[in-house]
Design a protein around this ligand. Structure first.
Ligand code: ADP
Ligand code: MG
Length: 393
């Protein structure tokens, strides 16, 4: 019932063939970077808090060659992206149209060393706009590709710099003031592990996860409510304002006790926003400890508490995500530990922790109920996977 993820080999083959068709030569260099699913810790990264993602088996692959023309030529094989091919001069990197190429240009502009122009093809198994961070996977894959053709690299550049430069590309070229999580896990993910990231210290701790009896199920609602598009920056702003009122550098420094004491100073909506962030940061640390101890029941309960908080206090869920979580939790007696929306919200995916033996039954149940409402979900059983790397062709 669950969809099969295209393998890296299949993506490379697809990208290679497209490259040869487009540019008439074989690509010599390649790199890959994964999407991610956040197990818990939503909307905490830009509040200096903790997040707990793992890298997915879905990846973005970039193949290509350096060129001497001074013009970069890039094609994406992603479905529904139009136009799928574009060119831009290396000496004039600024955001423009098509939008998808801003992620490529933004990274090219951020490289810590001189790069030549290049031809590249992008192939990906990460669903676009599905809340599992196709954008960071593109940024990190492009960066990892360009690292190989960069001359005179700044030797001081660290892995953290790479993460921050990719984040900056998204801020400045895609206009998305995202936190550090997506790029962090796409660079540093490790097979068999989730990563507890302290977004203030910019440090991650790998946590071995899952004995073979437990799996992570990612369910794509296949809906995306655009709303006004300003929900994310608005939430970010509310958090900054609230931190000022509470007299803390960021909401990471606020406690639940302090929040209750100063409740009157915040309007009702802002109070609920803060209550989500502060409780979610605590839950994330506790949940990572529970997972490390193999205490899946506690972890699952925290996933549900996280979802409810995102739905009621932070108000970033939507009907479809609520339904998917509800249907998953109806299967608790059959081996579901917990389920929640994951990613920014208003559509995209849910993440569910469940017994491996229950997978087929649970997918069947969710599928039947969700499709009876006229929607179609897609299901992926996802082992925690590796972060970015170059690929030898
Ligand atoms: P998410 O990161 O959750 O998937 P975003 O809205 O942050 O959603 O990023 C999605 C955007 O990233 C797409 O609309 C597109 O512009 C760009 N993108 C992602 N993957 C690809 C790809 N394979 N090829 C071209 N552009 C891509
Ligand atoms: Mg994104």
């Amino acid at each position: 019932m669950s969809s099969t993820v295209r393998t890296v080999e299949e993506l490379i083959k697809e990208a290679n063939e497209a490259f040869q068709k487009k540019f008439g030569v074989k690509p010599r260099l390649a790199a890959k970077a994964p999407g991610r699913v956040n197990l818990i810790g939503e909307h905490t990264d830009y509040n200096d808090g903790y997040v707990f993602p793992m890298a997915l088996p879905m990846v973005t692959v970039v193949v290509g060659n350096p060129t001497e023309s001074g013009v970069c030529r890039v094609e994406t094989l992603a479905a529904g992206v139009d136009p799928s091919y574009t060119e831009f001069p290396l000496n004039d990197l600024k955001p423009g149209s098509p939008k998808w190429c801003n992620y490529v240009k933004g990274v090219a502009a951020q490289m810590p060393g001189k790069i030549p122009s290049f031809d590249a093809v992008i192939a990906s198994s990460v669903p676009l706009g599905g809340g599992v961070s196709s954008s960071a996977s593109v940024e990190v894959a492009v960066y990892t590709f360009l690292e190989q053709i960069m001359a005179e690299p700044d030797i001081e550049t660290t892995v953290t710099d790479k993460i921050l430069r990719c984040q900056k590309a998204e801020h400045e070229y895609a206009g998305m003031p995202c936190g550090i999580m997506d790029q962090f896990i796409s660079v540093l993910g490790k097979e068999g592990h989730a990563l507890l990231i302290d977004c203030r210290a910019k440090e991650g701790r790998l946590v071995p996860m899952l004995d073979s009896s437990v799996v992570v199920l990612v369910t794509n609602s296949n809906v995306k409510h655009e709303l006004t598009g300003s929900e994310y920056p608005t939430r970010r702003k509310q958090c900054q304002t609230a931190a000022k009122i509470l007299g803390v550098p960021s909401l990471r420094d606020a406690t639940e006790l302090e929040l209750e004491r100063k409740k009157e100073e915040l309007d009702e909506e802002t109070y609920r926003r803060v209550r989500h962030v502060v409780s979610e940061i605590r839950r994330t640390v506790d949940a990572a400890a529970a997972l490390e101890n193999g205490d899946y029941n506690t972890f699952g309960n925290m996933m549900v508490a996280s979802h409810n908080s995102l739905r009621d206090d932070y108000e970033v869920s939507c009907k479809e995500l609520d339904q998917l979580v509800e249907y998953a939790m109806e299967m608790k007696p059959h081996g579901v530990y917990g389920s929640r929306m994951t990613g920014g919200g208003f559509g995209g995916c849910t993440v569910t922790l469940l017994k491996a033996t229950a997978v087929d039954k649970v997918i069947d149940h969710i599928h039947k109920k969700y499709s009876s409402l006229g929607n179609k979900a897609t299901f992926f059983v996802c082992p925690p996977s590796d972060g970015a790397s170059k690929i030898s062709l």
